[in-house]
Design a protein around this ligand. Structure first.
Ligand code: SF4
Ligand code: SF4
Length: 56
């Protein structure tokens, strides 16, 4: 299991700064989570102002 960032992402970068394993990087118009690195901690979902990270 890993989190996924939906199209609601406004590319603010807040989640990337908070991810403990640096699984989040800037992608095409939104941020993306590397499912192989994500440890499912939920910090990105708590940090995001628009609720874009969702448990996949
Ligand atoms: Fe990083 Fe945790 Fe979000 Fe996974 S759930 S991308 S480990 S902050
Ligand atoms: Fe996108 Fe939310 Fe991450 Fe900001 S905190 S880059 S809106 S997923």
């Amino acid at each position: 299991m890993a989190y996924k960032i939906s199209d609601a992402c406004i590319a603010c970068g807040a989640c990337a700064a908070e991810c403990p394993v640096e699984a989040i990087s800037e992608g095409e118009g939104k941020y993306e989570i590397d499912a192989d690195k994500c440890i499912d901690c939920g910090t990105c979902a708590e940090t995001c102002p628009v609720g874009a990270p969702e448990q996949a």
